[in-house]
Design a protein around this ligand. Structure first.
Ligand SMILES: Cc1cc2nc3c(=O)[nH]c(=O)nc-3n(C[C@H](O)[C@H](O)[C@H](O)COP(=O)(O)O)c2cc1C
Length: 240
């Protein structure tokens, strides 16, 4: 399939063939492509939990309120945001930069910029101090930029960081779904689930958040509920 054919062929499929001899290696390959997705600052604040065993699939189907796309899935993948791992991820990135530095006493401009980014900028955006003081600090910086008429990224609250993580996960989910289609399988992204139930099944720590659960399998024709319809381009695309 060409890329265009692939995009046209992917649909959210709500019924999978439960008798089909599903190749779980297809999910492995799709996930290998998924992690190549663009993501904020390459922080990779994501995790992917593969639900494969019969008992976990059953439990997760309950968490997904019995939806057909969950109930008939051969495998489900839970796309998880991990903003709480930011320190680990920042130091991993820093390590990748420093690994290639030939002379630490004589770093290039680009190497210095990378070091500053993961050592200083990431903690500024992701970090917290007691009593919400870092949020206040970030709001103060934003206010200063407003007063001086300069642009600045106005991330200041924990929710801003949650949005940052969910954006990257959304892109990853699309890479995954297209990759699965390319493997000859179908998917259905789901946000219709009980977050607390689902988090318990995969034993998520506090601070982690589920972005989407994606049901995977061999789609059945009746799994496509209707013709695909979209708004006219002129209602959603604007040229300036
Ligand atoms: C974030 C997100 C959450 C979704 N949640 C569900 C869901 O819980 N159950 C479901 O059947 N479909 C779900 N969908 C699928 C959408 O309904 C579907 O993508 C939309 O109707 C367009 O159809 P298409 O994917 O076949 O093009 C979700 C899609 C997205 C992107």
């Amino acid at each position: 399939m060409t890329f265009s054919e692939l995009v046209h062929a992917r649909r959210s499929v709500r019924r999978f063939d439960e008798k089909y001899n599903f190749d779980h290696q297809a999910v492995t390959r799709a996930l290998e492509l998924t992690v190549l997705s663009p993501n904020s600052s390459n922080m990779q604040t994501w995790e992917f939990y593969r639900i494969k065993s019969a008992n976990k699939l059953e439990a997760m189907t309950k968490a997904c309120m019995g939806q057909g796309a969950a109930r008939t899935a051969s495998e489900m993948v839970v796309f998880v945001c991990r903003p709480d791992l930011w320190e680990k991820r920042a130091s991993w990135n820093l390590k990748q930069i420093m690994k290639n530095v030939k002379d630490p006493a004589n770093m290039s401009k680009l190497e210095k910029r990378g070091q500053y980014y993961y050592q200083t900028v990431m903690p500024l955006f992701y970090g917290s101090w007691p009593f919400g003081l870092k949020t206040l600090f970030r709001k103060g910086i934003a206010l200063w930029y407003t007063l001086t008429g300069k642009p600045i990224m106005r991330w200041s609250t924990k929710d801003d960081i949650r949005v940052v993580c969910h954006k990257s996960l959304g892109i990853a989910a699309q890479t995954f779904m297209l990759s699965m289609k390319n493997e000859g399988y179908d998917t259905c992204p789901m946000e219709g689930f009980d977050e607390q139930w689902a988090a318990k099944i995969i034993d998520l720590p506090k601070g982690a958040e589920i972005c989407m659960i994606i049901g995977c399998g061999k789609g059945l024709p009746e799994g496509i509920l209707s013709e695909r319809v979209r708004l006219p381009m002129k209602e959603v695309v604007f040229e300036l």
